[in-house]
Design a protein around this ligand. Structure first.
Ligand SMILES: Cc1cc2nc3c(=O)[nH]c(=O)nc-3n(C[C@H](O)[C@H](O)[C@H](O)COP(=O)(O)OP(=O)(O)OC[C@H]3O[C@@H](n4cnc5c(N)ncnc54)[C@H](O)[C@@H]3O)c2cc1C
Length: 611
């Protein structure tokens, strides 16, 4: 089955200045603006680009008006390029979509109907404009031909869809049967649109209820005697209120997606208004859509990592600016690198001056090791983050996706990967933050021999033996971790008397452990899914040693996007995620253990002692 039964045609993107010829109310709730202007007939730009005449062929063709930001005199406009619009990088206009109610090429008249809905850039502009005022429109960029081979059109919409619906009723293919359902605010907002006998027009009046809040359209659709034959449904109006209609058409009426079009024409939301003009929204608040748009982009975070991995920023900052030189210095394919640089230019990270590329101020950040070390695709961070491509599986199953995707578990990989040294080194740095405070708590009082199981284990061990002159410590870790400690400490291991009291054991914590009266686990539960964490706790408890667990519980009241990102990354990597205090306690209970004490140390780390 085709994806849609409406054939798409694209028009060359064009921006035009139009002039208000007339402005009047069609109904109390609908303002009609008649536009003219030479650019509707097509024009030639100063740099010789031919812009074709305005064109609109179908009932739901739409243009986009580009308005100034409220409070500004002029809109920030794109420049007409050859078959494209070139957008300035330093701002955007307020863009609002409107249907072409009529287009009369002979008279050069474009008619647009604006709903009067109170505060709004477009709505207010239409209410205030008068003959001679000017505006800018782009589009239509695309038109969808009338659906083919259908027996019945079901058309549903509120007043924002009324211009399209009116145009359909007037222009529809001869004899096309249809049911048309239109919701308006009041009886006075119904429009006289002559329809043939094959078109059943039903008006719904919502009265005092605000637009987008009633179930009138849904009720009307759900209550229809469903027409025979192939039905095409076109539905437009307030985005959220259309969801129920869509679900009904797909699930209850079994309408194939190729025969269904549900278009959110506006979204009911609260906007802040300008203090001195409440009819206009405060554009500084108009960021939600931008934010969403940015969130949809997958390439920027990947491109940053690729740039660092290929050493492009570093080479550029060293003045290797010509494409040939840069390709040679980075070992890249010249043509592919040119494409990549082209993207980096549009992302404002690189600029070009003649045949030389260089970093912008923003791009300079990529040479800052603080960022670069984590962005490199072979860094421990990036090697963990790649598990996010399996997040759907992780969320579905609650399990780690790492070994399935990459053939080896993440910590095992760190044991063999060249960046493993960084991984363990970072763990040492972290241990240096918390160990000094940790060892001064009373949880180690009276212990003679402590087994330490933690990344950064050598740091905890040395701080413990420093603080407790009679204590012995055994560090238990995977072979690579123990190797890292040996390599890191070198001769100190043999010469420093402190290490006479520290043993290193390359073994799994699940194997038999040396006899000890204390076990310290730091950030190990968050690297194990619940079942494994419970198993680990049970095994350690079975040794009879005092269990000391250090974790950083998620604080739900202050949770940030960084916390939730780390949580999901950990879920995909280890099948665990980060746990709240309550979730930790549930684990302990599941392992048959009781929290004897819990104390907060450095930066949200909590030390639990378990009995
Ligand atoms: C393809 C397409 C075609 C469209 N055709 C038309 C058309 O021909 N005529 C038309 O009037 N609209 C049409 N719309 C809808 C129109 O683009 C939106 O209503 C738009 O938000 C209006 O912009 P604004 O600057 O007036 O208000 P905004 O600045 O976008 O919004 C300000 C406030 O007004 C509210 N609001 C926006 N629209 C409405 C509304 N209709 N009723 C009640 N509250 C509202 C918002 O929730 C917000 O609180 C179309 C939309 C699309 C996508």
């Amino acid at each position: 089955m085709p994806r849609t039964v409406r054939q798409k045609t694209f028009y060359s993107p064009a921006i035009r200045e139009v002039e208000v010829i007339d402005a009047y109310d069609v109904t109390p709730g609908m303002r009609r603006i008649v536009f003219g202007g030479d650019q509707l007939r097509g024009y030639t730009t100063e740099d010789g680009i031919e812009v074709p005449a305005f064109r609109s062929d179908e009932f739901d063709d739409a243009v986009r008006f580009l308005f100034p930001t409220p409070g500004e005199a002029e809109a920030i406009l794109p420049r007409q390029g050859d078959g494209e619009l070139i957008h300035p990088s330093d701002g955007r206009p307020m863009v609002r979509a409107y249907t072409v109610r009529y287009w009369d090429p002979a008279e050069n008249r474009l008619v647009v109907d604006f709903v009067r809905h109170g505060t709004g850039v477009a709505s207010t502009w239409s209410a205030r404009c008068g003959a001679g005022d000017r505006a800018h429109v782009v589009g239509p960029h695309v038109t969808d031909a009338h659906p083919e081979n259908i027996d019945h059109m079901l058309i549903v919409g509120d007043e924002t869809a009324l211009p399209a619906i009116g145009r359909w009723i007037e222009d529809h293919p001869r004899g096309q049967a249809a049911t048309v359902i239109i919701e308006v605010a009041a009886d006075a907002d119904k429009q006289e649109i002559p329809a043939g006998p094959e078109v059943d027009v039903r008006w719904l009046v919502r009265g005092d209820a605000p637009g987008g809040t009633t179930s009138l359209m849904f009720d009307a659709v759900a209550g229809l005697d469903w027409p025979d034959g192939a039905v095409y449904a076109w539905v437009a109006g307030e985005t959220l209120s259309l969801k129920a209609i869509r679900r009904h058409l797909v699930e209850d009426r079994q309408l194939p997606k190729s025969h269904l079009e549900v278009a959110g024409y506006w979204r009911r939301e609260t906007v802040a208004t300008l203090a001195d003009d409440p009819a206009l929204p405060d554009a500084s608040e108009d960021w939600a859509e931008d934010k969403f748009h940015e969130m949809c982009e997958l390439l920027p975070p990947i491109a940053l990592r690729v740039a660092v991995t290929l050493d492009v920023p570093e080479q550029l900052s060293r003045g290797v600016g010509r494409l040939d030189d840069l390709a040679a210095a980075t070992g890249c394919d010249r043509a592919a690198l040119a494409k990549f640089l082209r993207y980096l230019i549009t992302a404002d990270l690189v600029e070009q001056d003649g045949d030389r590329y260089r970093l912008t101020n923003l791009g300079e950040q990529l040479t800052d090791d603080y960022y670069a070390k984590d962005l490199h695709l072979e860094s421990p961070e990036a090697l963990a983050e790649r598990a996010l491509f399996g997040l759907a599986d992780a969320v579905r199953t609650g399990r780690s996706v790492y070994a399935d995707r990459f053939g080896v578990g993440y910590r095992d990989l760190m044991g063999t990967h060249p960046s493993g040294g960084r991984y363990f080194g970072d763990a040492d740095d972290f241990a240096n933050y918390i160990a000094p405070t940790l060892v001064t708590t009373d949880v180690f009082d009276g212990l003679d021999h402590v087994v330490v199981h933690a990344d950064g284990g050598a740091t905890y061990a040395t701080k413990l033996v420093e603080a407790n002159p009679d204590m012995r410590v055994t560090i238990v870790g995977m072979p690579a971790q123990i190797d890292h400690i040996r390599a890191d400490l070198g001769d100190t291991l043999d010469t420093d008397p402190l290490f006479a009291r520290i043993d290193l054991r390359a073994q799994s914590v699940f194997e038999e452990l040396p006899a000890a009266d204390g076990v310290l686990l730091v950030s190990m539960l968050d690297k194990n899914p619940d079942a494994d964490a419970v198993h680990l706790l049970r095994r350690l408890a079975a040794t009879g040693a005092k269990l000391i667990v250090v974790e950083e519980p998620l604080q739900e009241s202050t949770i940030s996007d960084h916390d939730t990102m780390a949580d999901l990354t950990n879920l995909a990597v280890y099948g665990s995620g980060f746990r709240t205090d309550a979730e930790h306690r549930a684990l302990f209970t599941a392992a048959g253990l009781r929290v004897a004490s819990a104390q907060h140390i450095y930066c949200g780390e909590t030390v639990y002692t378990l009995a």
